[in-house]
Design a protein around this ligand. Structure first.
Ligand code: OGA
Ligand code: NI
Length: 353
């Protein structure tokens, strides 16, 4: 694996703070990738479903709604999820303080493409690629054997403790969600977690995203269209600034976040395990000229060293296995080299190709 980036890294936040009036060419996306703002979102069918954990946990009616959301959208917002609201606000605030540190301090955590751990501004090592208008901090959370808080930010002082507390609560939510997904697929409650390799062996990473304000938001993207490679993702959105868009047919639907909700989305590994019943849907982030945006994405992934393929109980004569099994560490490597590119990766595993 390549150990360095193909070009020097530029902090987009530092660039934005120079007050430039045009977007440098390396962030200008080709016309067909530029943001589309679908103006008519009055139709309720055009809103990402909102589910209440109290209504779906072990409730047949609720499980149907989960199934519908995962088949149709690959995304839902969840409320009454058990993660403390004040903790959500504090951890997001702490990350905002981290990104507000001088760039020289953040550079001490500069990451490299072999592990991605640390502070960075690009995904993928393709030379001359068009870059996204964002910076991030990526860290390993699970399994605890690869957790190394000394690589996490040390400023602001409370941040490490907050990451651990938030990570713990989101881990518990993910365990309930995996069980809920399993039941909603008609499987035994623990079936999907077993297929993930067991709760002691799963992986989790946290990515804190910083999307600086941008002088020409219609020319670029904060995060290019992609599907998440892992199992499920829990996004803590910015409480004030929208930006996440989900693909719905030919439209991009902007998520209007409900107060205190978390956003849940299906990743490629659950699409594979469910044999395509659940969809890992493309999404992207648009930026704006007025406000910076901070979000936290926690990626909850299957154990990385076992083959992940369609669950046998979900296969039928009419619907044989769509995907070839692959280990998550192999799968992730391909994405880390290429960077975000729609759904090309999971599609390339289709058994017929
Ligand atoms: C991601 C992602 C969405 C957001 O980090 O993979 O899709 O709102 N983030 O930042
Ligand atoms: Ni994503």
């Amino acid at each position: 694996m390549v150990a360095t980036w193909p070009e020097p890294i530029v902090s987009v936040q530092a660039l934005s703070q120079t007050g430039l009036s045009t977007v440098p060419n390396r962030y200008v996306k080709p016309v067909h990738q530029r943001p589309v703002y679908n103006s008519d979102q009055s139709d309720l069918d055009m809103e990402v479903p909102v589910l209440d954990m109290r209504d779906v946990w072990k409730k047949p009616e609720g499980l149907k709604r989960v199934r519908n959301a995962c088949e149709e959208w690959g995304f839902f917002q969840v409320v009454n999820h058990g993660v403390d609201y004040a903790l959500m606000e504090s951890v997001r605030g702490a990350w905002r303080e981290f990104f507000d540190l001088p760039v020289e301090m953040k550079r001490k955590y500069a990451n490299s493409p072999d592990t991605y751990e640390g502070y960075g501004s690009r995904i993928g090592v393709v030379k001359d690629a068009k870059l996204d208008w964002s910076d991030y901090f990526f860290l390993n959370y699970l399994p605890s054997s690869i957790r190394n808080p000394s690589k996490w930010p040390s400023q602001p002082p409370k941040i490490r403790k907050l990451i651990e507390e938030y990570g713990e609560e989101v881990r518990k939510l993910c365990e309930r969600l995996v069980e809920t997904l399993s039941e909603s697929l008609g499987l035994e409650p623990n079936h999907l977690m077993k297929a993930f390799g067991g709760e002691d062996k799963v992986g989790a990473n946290l990515r804190a995203n910083f999307y600086p304000k941008c002088p020409q938001p219609h020319l670029t993207l904060g995060l290019s269209s992609h599907s998440d490679p892992g199992g499920i993702t829990i996004v803590l959105p910015d409480e004030k600034v929208a930006g996440l868009q989900v693909r719905r047919g030919d439209c991009w639907v902007t998520v209007k976040s409900v107060p205190n909700a978390l956003i849940v989305n299906i990743g490629d590994q659950v699409q594979i395990l469910s044999n395509g019943i659940y969809k890992s849907v493309e999404h992207q982030v648009v930026v704006n000229s007025g406000m910076d945006r901070v979000s936290l994405a926690l990626f909850y992934n299957p154990r990385s060293d076992i083959p992940i393929g369609p669950v046998k109980e979900l296969l039928t004569e009419d619907r044989p296995a769509l995907y070839k099994p692959i280990r998550f560490d192999e799968y992730r490597l391909l994405i880390r080299q290429k960077g975000p590119s729609g759904k090309n990766q999971v599609d390339s595993l289709l058994a017929s190709t």
